[in-house]
Design a protein around this ligand. Structure first.
Ligand code: ADP
Ligand code: MG
Length: 234
């Protein structure tokens, strides 16, 4: 059964298939997955006041459906500790983006708390022409980009699928607490995969979904970036 959501309806009614980070996180949150609390600011002053509300340090990111790879574009500023740093990051970021992407529609900046470091994992969904929605799991950073150390399962996932797809990647020992690091809460990651499987099953309009990265901790995990692409007519 397809379930309607306001975020998806709004984007499609505006003729948009790319959700912003803020919209994507809102949607993911509705699936019961923890995301870093992220708010839109439409001016320098608002960015500073949102940062004060959230508490320092914060992260600023460009909020534009036309800038998909935010850090490549100079659209991510991490670890901002003061109002002054936030104000400067805001102005610098908007200047860089308007120079590099003069056509981009910019909504403003997203402001979020700097999440404490964890093991970076990525979780994604794409649609296979034959099998339909497929979930992907992998470790973040170079392990995914260079080594393509990822696993896949077809939606809907069983509990066993979720357990297996995490354990079969080559980098799994990193999640078990490699070299004295705290072991990651793998049961929580399994839960995220199962929640996502159920969510995409009920939302056929979602064409692609990326949580990249999710910071995995000894207790829980939080998605600090999210990207959802929709398809029309579903
Ligand atoms: P991109 O669009 O380039 O993928 P991200 O939102 O993923 O942008 O940000 C780039 C990197 O910055 C992430 O891979 C992560 O390491 C770091 N990062 C992003 N958001 C946060 C956050 N809230 N707390 C801590 N680190 C973050
Ligand atoms: Mg990212």
């Amino acid at each position: 059964m397809a379930v309607k959501t306001a975020i998806i309806d709004k984007a499609l009614s505006e003729g948009r298939t790319v959700l912003t980070e803020i919209e994507s996180k809102e949607l993911i949150k509705q699936a019961g997955i923890d995301v870093s609390d992220t708010r839109l600011a439409t001016s320098r002053e608002e960015a500073i006041s949102v940062a004060r509300q959230l508490g320092f340090p914060v992260v600023l990111k460009i909020a534009s459906p036309d800038v998909v790879h935010k850090s490549d574009a100079g659209g991510v500023k991490l670890g901002l500790r003061t109002a002054k740093q936030v104000g400067k990051a805001h102005d610098d970021m908007l200047a860089t983006i308007s120079q590099k992407f003069p056509q981009a529609v910019v909504q403003g900046v997203s402001v979020q708390k700097m999440a404490r470091p964890g093991v970076e994992v990525i979780i994604g969904m794409s649609k296979d022409a034959q099998f339909g929605p497929v979930l992907m799991f992998g470790l973040g950073g170079i392990l995914v980009e260079i080594l393509k150390d990822v696993s896949f399962r077809i939606v809907p996932l069983t509990g066993r699928d979720a357990a297996e797809m995490i354990r079969e990647i080559k980098g799994y020992p990193l999640l078990e607490g490699y070299r004295g690091q705290e072991p990651v809460d793998v049961a929580n990651l399994e839960g995220i995969l199962l929640k996502l499987s159920e969510f995409v099953e009920h939302h056929p309009e979602i064409k692609e979904l990326d949580l990249n990265p999710v910071f995995a901790y000894g207790n829980g995990a939080v998605a600090v970036d999210a990207r959802v692409i929709l398809e029309e007519g579903k």
